[in-house]
Design a protein around this ligand. Structure first.
Ligand code: FE2
Ligand code: FE2
Length: 307
């Protein structure tokens, strides 16, 4: 089975990002995979996501989508005060956009292709980097971008506590990151569990926007100086607790990744921010789409080869 994947298209960030999408779709048609996985961060605007998924809808293969943190932002304080929140996007608007454009909303509908099961979640994080000491830290590049991303999540990712809505004098209360991470992890755990219980499924692929394992060479410091991981350690523990999970596809980090973690191959292939990239889209596109060959168990026990 050939699985093509990418993430972090960020079509709202620059003209280069916007214009890359049709080129990605053309290359994808030539690659002709069995499955295409888009692992989140297309745009905070639903219209942009609709445009993007519509372009990919013409590629004839199974297409799976998982939202990223920017896809669930509610970019208007007025809307937030009226009770529009990230849950509304995550559970209603985004699944609708997916279904209208030929994508499976994987976080709502775990799916399978022959003996391979697919499950997914946004994979929210438990802890944000500390901010009090921001000025003292010399973070650059990817670490600085992740800190900015966390700042923006604090403002625009709005996971409302439904129980508090409508009580007099209380505006929409937000749930903590720990609560959100626990909720999504629990659902992901159940979805994988269900796939694993099916004896005809021999391998499971898990897609999350946030990386489930600590990336090498990247750190963010918390207030107490402790290293903060830009994902949920619990998500990683869940993947490792299920023996049929062989592949993790994620995004959020704007650097490619490909590591083995206790028998699970963990990969990322983000597009990232292309504002400063002056190459032609034809040149950029080659490095923004990855393909993995998932061999059946009979061919090679728990093994892969990068195509
Ligand atoms: Fe991103
Ligand atoms: Fe992200």
């Amino acid at each position: 089975m050939r699985i093509a994947f990418c993430s972090d298209l960020h079509v709202d960030i620059s003209k280069n990002n916007w214009e890359l999408v049709p080129h990605l779709a053309e290359v994808l048609k030539m690659v002709d995979p069995d499955v295409f996985v888009l692992a989140g961060d297309v745009s905070p605007e639903l219209g942009d996501i609709e445009y993007t998924l519509d372009i990919f809808s013409r590629v004839p293969c199974l297409k799976l989508f998982i939202p990223g943190n920017q896809d669930i932002w509610v970019l208007s304080e007025e809307m937030q005060e009226q009770g529009h929140d990230s849950y509304e996007k995550y559970y209603f608007f985004l699944p609708d956009v997916c279904r209208r454009n030929g994508f499976v909303p994987l976080w709502m509908e775990p799916t399978r292709v022959g003996p391979v099961g697919f499950a997914g979640s946004i994979g929210w994080y438990e802890a944000l980097p500390g901010f009090a000491d921001q000025g003292e830290l010399e973070e650059t590049g990817e670490a600085a971008r992740l800190r900015d991303s966390a700042w923006n999540d604090m403002r625009w990712a709005c996971w409302c506590d439904i129980a508090a809505l409508g009580r007099e004098g209380i505006g929409p209360l937000r749930r903590t990151n720990e609560e959100v991470a626990r909720e999504f992890n629990s659902r992901l755990d159940q979805d994988i569990e269900e796939l694993e219980r099916d004896p005809s499924i021999s391998e499971v692929v898990v897609v999350t926007h946030f990386p489930p394992f600590q990336p090498l060479g990247l750190w963010l410091a918390g207030r107490d100086g402790a290293v903060i991981f830009p994902g949920s350690r619990e998500t990683g523990a869940i993947l490792l607790s299920h023996p049929k999970v062989v592949l993790s596809i994620s995004g959020h980090l704007h650097e490619r990744g490909d590591v083995m973690v206790s028998g699970i191959r963990a990969v990322r292939c983000p597009v990232g921010y292309l504002g400063e990239d002056h190459r032609k889209p034809q040149s950029i596109v080659e490095e923004k789409l990855a393909v993995i060959q998932l061999w059946s168990e009979a061919d090679l026990s728990r093994g892969f080869e990068l195509a």
